[in-house]
Ligand binder design. Structure first.
Ligand SMILES: *Cc1c(COP(=O)(O)O)cnc(C)c1O
Length: 376
């Protein structure tokens, strides 16, 4: 029995030639020709004001939190159903993540609960576009406008996905994208911060370049560069940017391959949804998703651990996530919960992510969905 792994990093085929070019160019540190190429690609495809290529989405979220100017004790509203980096970015600045519950349909933050969680200490909102499906951004931006709050989108999973035709990551003040090997477009580790406000662009460049104005120096805008502000080193090496540039050139085709597999799962699982044993992902009409992930929600009462181990016995590697942050040791220490977490707890305990990687075949999809049918 051949195994069906959960993830297999996709290689577009032009990565090695691009890396060879980078070596030949003789510049190995950050911000060479390939980093510039990736930056230009993101700016053109998303229409963001400025894209800063960084070494991870975690780094991008940390930078976004700095642009938000979070001070100790400031609160930032976000879902508990997310990856740890969303909350860590706030905690590292001494801020307090405030969790509100999620929506049943998309598993995104429930925008109707945000306003009730606002206090005089609230500094911002971090919507997380789960599975590359956009949050209800019009409502979230209206709340932010009324209360003068920052909005940083965790668009780690959202490259080339959209909300009402606008690319995810470009709707808030900033948006963080991931190129981790489990995402659609990869560089092993990698990320980008999309900056959407003119007043943040210079500050963003400075904190990415160890707090110096080296970017302005390279553009010839100043005749020397010096320490201007607090900052760190968030640049990827050119070899990593060369790899990423190969993937970005192929991004639309990569996403289309994933979309075909996503649709393949969706059609095959319609019958099990009708039987009432699982629920398939819901994509609201205003969202153009990017097939980042295919998950199912088991019906209440079904033993998820048994289903996962049954899949494993059939050579299929499926996984669950996230352990809600409010129930984790660090979450209890650093964060605050606003209201009920009933949906977060219920949905996160019933979710299974199915294998989804570009070289999967129709036979793989048949095997996974037939195994699920047999187990349910
Ligand atoms: C993957 C992911 C991150 C972190 O991305 P890295 O590039 O691994 O740092 C953050 N938030 C969400 C929602 C993610 O899925």
């Amino acid at each position: 029995m051949t195994q069906i792994p959960f993830n297999v990093p996709y290689i577009a085929g032009t990565e090695l030639p691009r890396i060879a070019e980078a070596l030949k160019a003789g510049k190995l540190s950050g911000d060479g020709a390939f980093t510039k190429r990736c930056k230009a690609w993101l700016e053109e495809k998303t229409g963001c004001r400025e894209a800063l290529i960084v070494h991870s989405c975690t780094a991008a979220l940390e930078m976004g939190a700095m642009l938000m100017d979070i001070r100790p004790g400031d609160e930032v509203i976000m879902p508990s159903y997310t990856f740890v980096s969303t909350a860590n970015a706030v905690v590292l600045r001494g801020g307090v993540p405030v969790f509100v519950d999620i929506r049943e349909d998309t598993l995104n933050i429930d925008e109707t609960l945000i306003e009730g969680a606002i206090t005089p200490r609230t500094k911002g909102i971090v919507p997380v576009h789960y599975a590359g499906v956009g949050c209800e951004m019009d409502a979230i931006l209206a709340i932010a406008g009324r209360h003068k709050l920052h909005v940083m989108e965790d668009a780690a999973q959202g490259l080339l996905a959209s909300y009402k035709g606008r690319p995810l990551g470009t709707l808030g003040d900033s948006g963080a994208i991931s190129f981790h090997e489990t995402k659609n477009i990869i560089s092993g580790e990698g990320g980008a911060l999309l900056i959407n406000r003119q007043e943040d662009t210079l500050k963003g460049e400075i904190l990415r370049e160890k707090g110096t104005d080296r970017s302005r120096f390279f553009r010839g805008e100043v005749d020397k560069y010096t320490w201007q502000d607090a900052g760190s080193s968030y640049l990827p090496a050119e070899i990593v940017a060369a790899f990423l540039s190969a993937q970005l050139e192929d991004a639309e085709r990569i996403n289309q391959m994933r979309m075909d597999l996503w649709e393949g799962y969706h059609a095959r699982l319609a019958g099990l949804e009708e039987k009432g044993v699982l629920r398939r992902p819901v994509i609201p009409a205003e969202c153009g998703h990017n097939a980042h992930m295919y998950y199912v929600l088991l019906a209440p009462g079904i033993d998820r651990a048994a289903v996962l181990s049954g899949l494993k016995q059939r050579g299929i590697s499926a996984v669950f996530h996230y352990i809600p942050l409010h129930s984790s040791p660090a979450g209890k220490r650093f964060c605050r919960v606003h209201g009920s977490m009933a949906k977060t707890e219920d949905l996160s305990e019933r979710l299974i992510r199915l294998p989804l990687w570009n070289a999967m075949t129709e036979e793989h999809l048949d095997r996974v969905t037939e195994a699920l049918a047999a187990l349910l």
